[in-house]
Design a binder for this molecule. Sequence first.
Ligand code: ZN
Length: 107
Amino acid sequence: MEKNKKNCSIRYTSLKQSKHLGTLFKCANEMLLVMETLARRRLDIYQDLRYIICNENKEESQDHLIRCKEQESNWKSVENFAANLAWTALPEETKKRTNKESLEETL
Ligand SMILES: [Zn+2]
């Protein structure tokens, strides 16, 4: 089924923003392909599950990606992007009753 473009009011300003939103969605739904997942599929190939970006000697899992200090600024960026995107999609009437900071806290 073809998506009705007239109903799609959210526009991405860049490919990078679109990727940020995709990452957020995948993480929220535990769909990010991490070593933990790969090892479950092919333990013969993926034997070292440590997350190599930080030196915390932690397994690369959905949970660690969310909590890792090395990813903190990236997650903050994703949160800001999601809040801005949600704000632009809100009806003007709703915007008058709230503010962007409250929306960010909700997200
Ligand atoms: Zn880490």
